[in-house]
Design a protein around this ligand. Structure first.
Ligand code: ATP
Ligand code: MG
Length: 244
């Protein structure tokens, strides 16, 4: 298996995991990588809308894990981001299992260069299954004390499990983020979570709209470059963090 497997986690819900997973997947694909994004959040799916595959999905991850279809049957191409393939979560039911996800990653690990595993909030079954497969974790967190503290708990669990490659994505940063005194600066985010910072993603109404409408992220969106830098940095390119 040659694919690099990256889990996207947070602890707290609604931090931007699915949004970052899709946009990152799109920019990794733009770098020439074959990217598969697997959404593991049963019952609360959103990747299908953000990536534009809504209504095009016949099989989902539950069908694959329960053996109702082969992994490749559930793979749908994103019409918005060429080179990005998606396996959606089911609308309801079915817990992700470690063995099932490992089987899927083995089956598709030679077909794709990167497999992104978008986990659910907390550290339940999707988190455990993703951890059993992942080489690297991205923690997507806004810079607020609760999200950062929960992120630290997740980071500790990942370190305890033997995963060393944990990177922090600080999401939804605005000019005001570090002005209300709750969190001092990016250094405090890094120190709280104990993970190396790999990206700072601005707050963007344009991103929110594109994600909600299932539209392609406009190039002029301030987050576009941030996702591009994140993708390049993940691929080991020497690209600076852009902190506007
Ligand atoms: N940088 C950003 N700027 C503006 N809005 C954002 C940004 N990142 C995420 N959002 C918005 O935050 C909301 C939650 O995002 P998303 O669904 O990606 O979070 P999640 O962590 O996957 O949630 P869950 O834990 O439920 O899976 C969405 O409305 C999304 O558009
Ligand atoms: Mg999500």
């Amino acid at each position: 298996m040659s694919a690099q497997i990256i889990m996207v986690a947070s602890g707290k819900g609604g931090t931007g995991k699915s949004t970052v997973s899709v946009m990152l997947g799109g920019r990794l694909a733009a770098q020439g990588k074959k990217v598969l994004l697997v959404e593991l959040d049963s019952g609360l799916r959103s990747v299908d809308i953000i990536s534009g595959v809504y209504g095009k999905t016949v099989y989902d991850i539950e069908d694959v894990l329960s053996g109702r279809c082969e992994g490749d049957k559930a793979v749908v191409q994103s019409p918005l981001y060429p080179g990005l393939s998606v396996i959606s979560a089911p609308y309801e039911g079915g817990e992700v299992t470690v063995a099932g996800l490992q089987r899927l990653c083995r089956a598709l690990g030679d077909v794709f260069d990167v497999i992104l595993l978008d986990t659910a909030a907390g550290m339940g079954a999707p988190f455990a299954a993703a951890r059993a497969c992942a080489h690297k974790a991205l923690l997507v967190l806004p810079a607020d004390p609760v999200s950062l503290r929960d992120g630290r708990i997740v980071a500790d669990a990942l370190y305890d499990s033997g995963l060393r490659e944990i990177r922090l994505v600080v999401n939804r940063v605005t000019d005001r983020t570090f002005k209300n005194g709750a969190v001092r600066d990016l250094d405090e985010c890094i120190d709280t979570v104990c993970a190396q910072l790999i990206a700072v993603i601005p707050e963007s109404a344009m991103l929110q709209r594109a994600a909600a409408m299932g539209e392609r992220l406009p190039v002029e969106c301030p987050t576009y470059e941030a996702f591009d830098r994140l993708a390049r940095r993940l691929l080991g390119q020497r690209v600076t963090l852009s902190v506007r």
